[in-house]
Design a protein around this ligand. Structure first.
Ligand SMILES: [Zn+2]
Length: 305
């Protein structure tokens, strides 16, 4: 059952997630035990970016006995939360490829977009949580091994008492415009002819708006004035939150950082529309609907800025 999203973020891949996280319930060991014993409980099973799918289908969840049979450690299951009907959902990390099972890269699944939208949000949550645990086996404070707490939403250090919580890294991504022109760039790793919005991590002690202005100036030499937030997107490679903004240019002369970008240009609205529609005479394109950059571009083309 797909409901209309309440905001622009809910219409973007990974942006819709029906799981009720009930963060206040995680401390309660009885809640975890009840969820594990629930006959409706199912788990996503992943190895890094790769998702196990049921044979002959795109179903990405399995009952807990099956997940244990695939090799998951039952003591390391992470409780993501509950679906609206009360069914618990878990995430399980597999130590190795289970024989005879199909694993598909999450980016590929998201790019295909053939699953119900709500599953992508859950998979993003599962993937980011599992990778956080994989990378935080030792205390950042004292170096001792840590253990899972709070149903998977914490790691505890018995040696020094520190508690560690999953992190999300904010990334500013922006479409900067100057009237009927928009600033797009490309990195060398992009597909040939593909141009996208500029982006960069928000740094400690920095506002989102300041990050938009700093990154645009560093990468393109363009000064940005007004900044407006548009939508956000969980990006589970590995644990970012893309914060999509529109910015108004105060200057127009590009001074590109060739270490970051291969090219950076102003594109007229008609040209951007052709890039979106796949009709650009030089074969130039913009990102697919999977990317929040595409939604920033669409909103600008439609005057929703
Ligand atoms: Zn410690």
């Amino acid at each position: 059952m797909t409901e209309m999203p309440l905001d622009a973020s809910g219409a973007i891949t990974f942006g819709r997630n029906p799981i009720d996280r009930r963060s206040e319930a995680r401390e309660n060991g009885a809640v975890m035990a009840t969820a594990l014993a629930d006959a409706r409980a199912r788990a996503f099973a992943l190895i890094a970016d790769r998702v196990v799918l049921a044979e002959g289908s795109e179903e990405p969840t399995f009952d807990l006995a099956t997940v244990a049979g695939l090799g998951a450690d039952p003591a390391a299951l992470l409780l993501l939360g509950w679906l609206p009907d009360g069914a618990p959902r878990f995430a399980a990390r597999l130590p190795a490829d289970p024989p005879g099972r199909v694993l598909v890269d999450l980016r590929t699944l998201a790019g295909e977009g053939t699953m119900p939208p709500e599953l992508y949000g859950q998979l993003a949550q599962a993937r980011s949580m599992l990778s956080w645990h994989e990378r935080h086996g030792f205390c950042a404070n004292c170096g001792a091994p840590t253990t899972i707490g709070a149903a998977g939403y914490r790691r505890d250090c018995a040696a020094c008492g520190a508690q560690h919580f999953p992190r999300t890294d904010p990334v500013a991504i922006m479409l900067v415009s100057d009237g009927d022109r928009a600033l797009l760039g490309r990195q060398a790793r992009f597909r040939p002819g593909s141009y996208s919005c500029l982006a960069g991590f928000v740094e400690p002690g920095e506002t989102l708006e300041a990050a938009v202005r700093r990154e645009t100036f560093e990468e393109a030499g363009i000064r940005v004035g007004r900044v407006r937030f548009h939508a956000s997107q969980p990006w589970p490679f590995v644990s970012s939150l893309m914060l999509g903004c529109h910015g108004e240019a105060l200057s127009t002369e590009i001074a590109m950082d060739a270490n970051e970008l291969e090219d950076c240009r102003w594109f007229h609205r008609d040209e951007v529309r052709a890039m979106r529609d796949g009709t650009h005479p030089d074969g130039l394109t913009c990102p697919p609907p999977l990317a929040i950059a595409r939604h920033l571009i669409e909103a600008w083309l439609d005057g929703r800025v």
